[in-house]
Design a protein. Sequence first.
Length: 129
Amino acid sequence: ISKPNFHSRSVFSENLMAVKLEAKIDKPIYVGMSILDISKIHLYAFHYEYMSPLYGDKCKILYTDTDSFIYSIECEDAYERMKRDIVRFDTSDYAIDNPYGVPRANKKIFGLMKDENNGALMLEFVGLR
C-alpha cells in the first residue's frame, strides 16, 4: 500500500484484510493551523463574553483578522474600563506617562488582548469589502 500514512496491515483470510492508517501531526502547517484555531476561540470569547455584554449595541466590530479586532466603541472612557479590567489586557507597550493612566502590565501573557495602537486613538478607519 503506497499511502504516506500507511502503518500496518492484518490479513484475516484470502478475501479479507484490515489496513491501519496513522495520522501524524508533526508538520508546521498542522501546528500553525491549531494555533490559529485557538486564537480564534480566544478572540470570539473576548468579544461575546466581555465586550458584547459590557457595551451592547455601542460596540461594533469594524474589522477582524486572524488574530485581531478593530472596534468602534461609544462610551465615556474605554481606558477607564481597561484599567479596571487590567487582567484581560497586555498593556506592556504603553508609554509609562500615557495620558489615560493605563499601567504597563501583563507583558506577553498568552490569551490577553493587546491594544496595537498603544493608547493612540484611531480617529479614522477605511475598511474595504
